[in-house]
Design a protein around this ligand. Sequence first.
Ligand SMILES: [Fe+2]
Length: 260
Amino acid sequence: MSATPSAVERPLNFSSPYLRAHLVRDAVDYTVEGRTIVVNPGVTPVTIAEEPRKTIPPLSSTVLADTRIEKADALLLLRSAPDGTDITGITAEPGWSHLADLLGPGEFPRETALHRSPQDDINTVLFDPAHVLGERENATDLREFNVRANLWFSPAGTDCAVHNSHDFIEVHTQVHGLGRMQRFRDRDHASLYQDVLMSPGYTTPDPFCATGPQCTYHYPWHQYRADTDCIWLAIEYHPVPRALRTLHPVTTPNPLENHS
Ligand SMILES: [Fe+2]
């Protein structure tokens, strides 16, 4: 990866020899060197400097190789270890935990091999969740979100637990191996109604949730399933309470504030 003079680049706190992960801020004419998973965590399309001009849409990703990005507020760049590397060792890297240890006694089954990396604070973004989630055509109610990212690991054949509750919007990108995000009618594998197959560089389109009352999100029953040993990236958009927003105003201009 090659930084342009204006770009600010740093390793994410879950970067390791198994997976090099970087955050690039304020990229302009930014060169992506070598084969790299490039994630656009923002709500503005990111243009690839090739003809015909095409974009990485908001909340999505692609695999790029030796090309340039015209402009991006933020990009996540991920490079997995070479083929043949035993990636199971990633869970011994600093800050990784079994989810049962993170959630506490009785909250998650110890026998389900689901491990999480440290979480990194990426940035703060403004968007209308109803617009981003496809519930209205135009953005009319911009809200502030803290963007956080972490990796997950599960070995081949793991069903990572069907659940339907989050107080944030989540988006998943496959980084290593083959897996799937699945939706169910009930908390029952037999009620599966959608199976989204994922290979490295793929991000599930259209976040799974819908808006609920008072900045809550309504999720269907869903789970990740690892078909092979898998690493995947979660990006979480946590709504910032409006009182906190007053105390810590964001620097990104909010066009709606000019009309209030
Ligand atoms: Fe989830």
